[in-house]
Design a binder for this molecule. Sequence first.
Ligand SMILES: NC(=O)c1ccc[n+]([C@@H]2O[C@H](COP(=O)([O-])OP(=O)(O)OC[C@H]3O[C@@H](n4cnc5c(N)ncnc54)[C@H](O)[C@@H]3O)[C@@H](O)[C@H]2O)c1
Length: 234
Amino acid sequence: MTQARSQQPIPGATLARLPGYLRVLAELSADGTHTVSSDQLAHACGVHPAQLRRDLSSLGSYGTRGVGYDVDTLRAEIGDEIGWTHDWPVVIVGLGNLGSALAGHAGFSARGFRVVALIDADPAREGELLHGHRIQPMERLAEVVALDHPAIGVIATPVAEAQKVCDALVAAGITSVLNFAPTTLTVPPQVTVRTVDLGLELQILAYHAQVSQDPRQAVVDPTSGGASRASLQA
Ligand SMILES: NC(=O)c1ccc[n+]([C@@H]2O[C@H](COP(=O)([O-])OP(=O)(O)OC[C@H]3O[C@@H](n4cnc5c(N)ncnc54)[C@H](O)[C@@H]3O)[C@@H](O)[C@H]2O)c1
């Protein structure tokens, strides 16, 4: 059962869990499962059932008592609510090791993120065909944004260039930035930045590995609160 959607913004912690719910629901759907109880879904997602019910009720999805959730309906509701059923054009800036891999990553398009443009400052890369797109120079960024209307800018440049690139994306009209450079970016309030810091994730794992070897070293983990953490800057 679905009730009127809340107009409240989805809390950040809930938002961070929704991709996991969607992934499991997609697997259930692919297996031909039509309904799932909150306990089953929570178990498969690795969260507490009460947490899952709270998350889904904040989207207006309550399931049916004794039956559970309709898998495809819940998928559509979650995807629709957070915009993942839309087509999201993406521009990638920085086509080195990481940017090139991202440009060819099929998993993005499967989730509705379509790469529409590739930008790199290296003059030697200009015009290079990569995964169906010609790499364009930074000077063309504003033009590319005006033409292809990317909703999201991905930064895959060295740290030293990331703020400059971010400023250029924002000046061109981009308000959502996915930043892979391990640095904190400064943006105006209307711009959302998510920074994926793989080194940070490894450091967190290293801490847990250390504690599992010697539990006496356990301290309150200031980073606890979710299985997958990308730092939310805005
Ligand atoms: N490669 C990885 O596995 C990996 C993993 C985690 C994080 N990162 C981070 O991702 C970023 C990119 O890493 P990489 O290994 O792909 O680097 P890379 O050196 O292979 O590629 C960087 C690319 O950015 C371009 N570039 C530099 N300055 C630019 C500018 N001002 N405007 C536009 N393009 C510019 C370069 O020409 C180059 O093509 C780094 O910040 C790195 O720390 C990389």
